[in-house]
Design a binder for this molecule. Sequence first.
Ligand code: FAE
Length: 543
Amino acid sequence: MPSTTSLSRRTFLVGAGMAASAAAIASTSSASLASAAPRRTLAEGARVPALVIGSGYGGAVAALRLTRAGVDTHIVEMGRAWDTPGPDGKVFSGILSPDKRSTWLSDTTDQPVSNFMGFGINKKIDRYVGVLESEKFAGIKVYQGRGVGGGSLVNGGMAVTPKRDFFEQILPTIDADQMYSTYFPRANSTLGVNHIDEAWFESTPWYQFSRVGRKTAHRSGFATTFVPNVYDFEHMKREAAGTAQASALGAEVIYGNNAGKRSLDKTYLALAAATGRLTVTTLHRVTAVEPAATGGGYQVTMEQINEQGGVIATKSVTADRVFFAAGSVGTSKLLVTMKAQGKLPNLSSQVGEEWGNNGNIMFGRANHMWDSTGSKQSTIPAMGIDNWADPTASVFAEIAPLPAGLETYVSLYLAITNNPERARFRYNTATGKVDLDWRATQNQLGIDMTKRVFDKINKKEGTIYRTDLFGVYKTWGDHLTYHPLGGCVLGRATDDHGRLHEYPGLYVMDGALVPGNVGVNPFVTITALAERNMEAIIAADLG
Ligand code: FAE
């Protein structure tokens, strides 16, 4: 009999020291980050002991562990710090009325669900360094967060520890015992992962969409599981009661949450800032890293941009150590370029390889009128359909909200499928840019697996797929991914701890380390691997 389980909760509770970290998180805030980590614009010719490129999960872990080890650490982030309210009093704009703050350097929004009942729903906006980028390659569009906190600013907060057998399969040289006893619990506790009150889930109108998704899955024999999150579920309950600022219940997520979410600026980065050893330079994009001509270390070249993306200065600084944490795409693009341009010629030939989209397939089903999904929908997913163990239809599908503010009868899903297809980043000498050679046809296996699960549900329910959400007559949202992974894989392009060992003092610390697919939403894995790698690096290289 299929059932709803809380396996992830049990895995999570293994973590020791959870209460201590939770207390630390409760006592930190974005205000303390702003004061303790002054945004400093790096000056031409500056020299720093440790420079971290990017402030997402990998970068935030690197910053916390370096600063706690007594190393003055400097983060360079291409996006802005999201700590200042706009004219409407809010830091971020919501999903239903996005403005320039929503989107990275574009004249229009680019919503993942782009259409509804024959209409395009994107709108014109002013070009600005907004929080969500949809980076376009020939065969796929990659959604990424931009700003201090990286993907944590825009993501759904689903904090899932991967299944151990799959983790062992993708990274066989990593000690899984250590990961599951030490680093996954450490990551979960420092990220502030928490669990929905299941009694509230069962009764609140805000999760009717999840309950409908669960009911239809169970009726076809598929199991579901509650999914932990970094959104504060107690805050969400207060939102429902009208006593806290509505964010998850106020149609906020992919363009940022104005309340409730424990994004990295409130957890790892705030803790790093509290050491007094962290500084952050925003609106600077690193364009080159190469051995310094004199005095050892690495010369890091960067472009300072204004809020419309225009380059206003180019500068070089020197760093003894550089941690690449620009995300799977950002780090891979930089390293592939440095190798091709002869700035880091000895990098492994594995750099740029083994990229995947975590098997992402987004799609919707049209429910019957008696299965309404609700005009009230929390933006924070709380449940997944878990069919991963079936090798013919290896799918973990998040039951996703479609917070349109009105009844749509749509069940939306983001399926993570066990799609082994991979692509590579290549430097294009003609354009001077990096291409990703992922082809749309590489999604077919993922679509086939998804269909094996959801065709069965549709047959049982007498329902159909929506064909109007991703264009005109397009069922599968397979042209986009939220989960870019790989490009500089642990143990292959780097050593077993993320060192680019041809260049002592250069490290990779982000989603580029994970080979293409981790079977669940990826940020807990990225965080835990960074925890593991930083511990070893600090002990061996900085001791
Ligand atoms: P990331 O968080 O992307 O950070 C990289 C940072 O580097 C960014 O702040 C960049 O702006 C910055 N950067 C890039 N290039 C440069 C450069 N050249 N110079 C300076 N700075 C640079 O990397 N995952 C989950 O586990 N659960 C979810 O619920 C979930 N939902 C998602 C929803 C959305 C809409 C999106 C877009 C993603 C979602 N993800 C989710 C994926 C997750 O956010 C992603 O795997 C991590 O953020 C990746 O972490 P990294 O440290 O690799």
